[in-house]
Design a protein around this ligand. Structure first.
Ligand code: ARG
Length: 588
């Protein structure tokens, strides 16, 4: 069920014959901000008038005359200079709502399937995950769920940075600073400690260019690793499972989907010489100074694909990756969820790939902004400021638990009917709430903006937060429980729906907009379209709930109808949250 498309189809038929290409005009139909102007509004008469040299109001009249209203629309109203205000018939809305109640997909159609490869999370391993990795992981996970729900095939690939200079640091640390006992007991912790110690000795965030003997020694270890030194390669194989275990622990805590593949950069290493050869052969690349090989885009924009010393680069490795993915997965699109600082890299990468002959596949960098602390500064990646991701997650859960227990005690003291919950169940709830809060706070931003990591804001019980949505869901479930209503009967055998009052009407329309919002989210790769929808839905539901008595409705039939609206709202809330990777609980 797609309200917008349904109306657009009706409109398309009315426009055919008026102009040669109707699509741009069909696309001008938008939901209205104010119910005064109907549910949807078309402003195409104004632009059509220009194209046809007629008066906008006359054109609007023409369109309205040609429009088949069927049982979908009330007679349209022409307003102002030629706006066409469209109002859906309540009887039609009621039927649609009843129909989606009986549908597991809540009326969302499967779309023509495409194949996506999505590259997200992709941390550099061998150092602890920090908050910078959060956004890619959360956004990528949400997009994967959304695309899959809409019927697409999504192949997820965690493109681990498992071959970079950080291994030189680890190798140096292992050889010089290791506490053997500690390593035996907890290799992950000990490697993390050693890593941090060596970073301190290097003393700079830029390990590639730092100038001191430790930095030199680390670079030498990396070079040995890349040149096949058996000892370093053996150690690399020994470290990797420990590095992965640490990352997977965070993923598990966050409840993100398991990756289909985790081909790190090391996986592509054997392919790199062949890639450079092919780049030269196809004249994608050219020799640069001192034996380097470059791809030249302009005089001041070149990408290195082989350094003077023969080492390959991030770009080389990413070109090999594209080629591999095309051969292996035959995707329609490859998406990279990576922060905005890599924009230039991806612009160059895609341009090089096109020149290399890679066509007919969408390549998109899904860029995002930084996570800031409460003072508005980017959270530093250095150890010691609590930016280790696992610490941030644990803290959100702790604060979630504290807030939850406060609200629980308060509700109980006020004589509200609160469920009896054991400490363990309360912990589970806190986990759901804390992690949901982190994810929602991230996803509700326009992803290209920066945002502040603020526990109080993300865990607020009022406003556009996961906590608010989770409460709305649980409260809704408790209504049905209290009345001993089995939601399955409302679903399997939906009662007829009454759309008599404005709040019921508004809620019905919101419920029917689910598909529209999911499509908007994937069209722009913007999960915030889903949170915006959730927020609208929650507000509309609250208006409905305040104005339309459910359990004390005037008649049995009306009560059934309103219960169905309640249940459907809960299902849509839950579905949207789940598509964002956020869980719900039935009691709070
Ligand atoms: N490992 C990189 C980093 O942490 C991100 C990799 C993104 N994916 C890619 N195919 N380049 O900066």
């Amino acid at each position: 069920m797609n309200l917008l498309r349904t109306i657009q189809n009706q409109f398309r038929a009315a426009l055919v014959g008026l102009v040669p290409d109707v699509e741009p005009y069909v696309a001008m139909i938008k939901p209205t901000q104010d119910a005064k102007h109907g549910d949807y509004q078309a402003n195409c008469a104004m632009s059509l008038a220009k194209a046809l040299g007629k008066k906008p109001r006359d054109i609007a009249q023409d369109i309205v005359k040609r429009l088949d209203l069927s049982d979908l629309l009330e007679p349209p109203e022409i307003a102002g200079p030629g706006f066409i205000n469209l109002r859906l018939k309540s009887t039609w809305l009621a039927k649609q709502v009843q129909a989606i109640a009986n549908d597991d997909r809540l009326g969302v159609a499967l779309q023509p399937a495409k194949r996506y490869v999505i590259d997200y999370s992709s941390p550099n391993v061998a150092k602890p995950l920090h908050v910078g990795h959060l956004r890619s992981t959360i956004i990528g996970d949400a997009l994967t769920r959304l695309l899959r729900f809409l019927g697409h095939t999504v192949i997820t690939d965690n493109h681990l940075g498992d071959w970079g200079t950080q291994f030189g640091i680890l190798l140096y640390g292992y050889k010089n600073l290791l506490d053997n006992e500690a390593y035996k007991k907890d290799p992950v912790r000990e490697l993390a400690r050693v890593y941090i110690e060596v970073r301190k000795l290097i003393g700079s965030d830029d390990e590639d260019n730092a100038a001191n003997s430790v930095a030199d020694a680390c670079r030498a270890e990396t070079a040995k690793l890349h040149h096949g030194d058996p000892e370093n390669n053996r150690l690399w194989r020994e470290f990797m499972p420990h590095c992965l275990a640490e990352i997977h622990e965070v993923y598990e805590k966050l409840g993100i989907l398991t990756f289909d593949h985790e081909h790190g950069e090391s996986f592509y290493n054997p392919l790199l010489p062949g890639v450079v050869e092919s780049l030269l052969q196809t004249k994608t690349a050219e020799p640069g100074e001192g034996g380097a090989i470059i791809v030249r885009f302009s005089d001041d924009n070149v990408a290195l694909v082989r350094k003077r010393d023969g080492a390959f680069t991030y770009t080389t490795s990413d070109l090999a990756t594209i080629q591999y993915r095309l051969n292996e997965f035959a995707p329609n699109a490859v998406l990279y969820v990576v922060d905005f600082r890599q924009s230039q890299h991806f612009a160059n990468l895609f341009a090089a790939a096109r020149r290399w002959g890679i066509a007919a596949v969408e390549l998109t960098h899904i860029s995002f902004g930084s996570v800031l602390n409460r003072d508005g500064r980017p959270i530093s990646t250095r150890k010691g400021d609590g930016s280790e991701l696992i610490d941030l997650i644990n803290k959100a859960v702790e604060i979630g638990l504290q807030k939850y227990q406060e609200s629980y005690a308060e509700r109980k003291a006020q004589g509200h009917d609160v469920p009896d919950l054991t400490e363990a169940v309360q912990r589970d709830i806190a986990e759901t709430v804390g992690i949901g809060a982190i994810k929602y706070a991230d996803l509700c931003q326009n992803r290209t903006s920066d945002y502040k990591f603020d526990y109080d804001k993300m865990l607020a019980t009022e406003g556009n937060t996961a906590t608010y949505m989770q409460y709305a869901y649980a409260r809704n479930r408790s209504i049905l429980r209290k009345e001993n209503i089995d939601p399955m009967t409302l679903r399997n055998n939906p009662p007829s729906v009454a759309i008599d009052t404005p709040p019921e009407r508004a809620l019905a329309i919101q419920l029917l907009r689910l598909e529209e919002s999911l499509l908007a989210a994937v069209a722009e790769y913007q999960p915030s379209a889903v949170t915006a929808y959730l927020w609208d839905l929650a507000k509309t539901y609250s208006g409905f709930f305040q104005n339309c008595p459910v359990l004390r409705a005037e008649s049995g039939a009306l009560k059934q109808s309103r219960l169905l609206l309640c249940d459907l709202t809960a299902r849509v809330l839950q579905k949207c949250l789940n598509l964002l990777g956020i869980k719900t609980v039935d009691r709070m």
